[in-house]
Design a protein around this ligand. Sequence first.
Ligand code: B1M
Length: 212
Amino acid sequence: MSEILSELSTAVIEGNLDDIVDLTEDALDEDFSAQDILDKGLMPGMDHVGVEFKAGNMFVPEVLRSARAMQSSMELIRPMLIASGVKMVGKVLLGTVKGDLHDIGKNLVKIMMEGKGMNVVDLGIDVAPEKFVEAAKENNAQVIACSALLTTTMTEMENVVKALVEAGIRDKLTIMVGGAPVTQSFCDSIGADRYAPDAASAADEAIAACAS
Ligand code: B1M
């Protein structure tokens, strides 16, 4: 791996908020693409954080700092990930489900969807099923996209499906689900419409949903 990309990984691991923006700018100056910065610098750093967190070698405040470092870099590369001048192809309501505070993956999904021309309404984190319903009524959206990172919160996705059924608007929308513990079979079992394993395919699925 190039030195600058490996320094970016280290900056994420160390939660180095002082240097990560400069390092991102240096990587761009060295002509690395925003995608390379994300895939070969930031993501390997965050994967390492996940391993250390699981092993009990890193704790929540350190992981939060790593997350903030990654977000700072992502802010910088965001305009490059979003292609300029794309025409809007559909509207998506996006949120991390109730009880879940993880938002880095959701934010990446947003970036990728916007990059493909989707109009994304970001409902944030800890989004209750009723909030998805309320937003669906207020916005003329074609897709509801739910993210979950915890096995304990992915079950909230089924509550979103049920709440939309109860509100009588389920058939008007495509329900998409994703996040590390979510699978195609889980998606099928809760009656959601589409599953995507990563942010790029989430954008493709949303476009396909709007086209169908
Ligand atoms: Co948390 N955490 N965390 N955490 N955390 C995980 C998820 C965990 C796997 C760590 C571990 O034990 N190895 C574990 C979950 C275990 C499980 O349930 N299976 C875990 C845990 C247990 C917890 C707490 C319970 C810890 C505690 O307090 N004891 C707690 C829960 C808080 C809560 O939510 N209520 C907690 C807290 C936190 C922090 C707040 C400290 C922080 C979040 C900060 C933030 O997001 N702003 C945090 C972090 C950073 C992580 C890890 C290290 C990294 C997650 C991440 O951002 N990855 C994570 C371990 C890991 O994943 N390696 C972990 C990078 C991101 C780009 O990937 O989000 O997977 P990801 O998104 C991917 C795909 O999943 C997909 O696209 C993205 C890639 O292209 N995707 C979608 C995501 N959403 C999608 C939606 C789609 C389609 C695709 O369609 C709609």
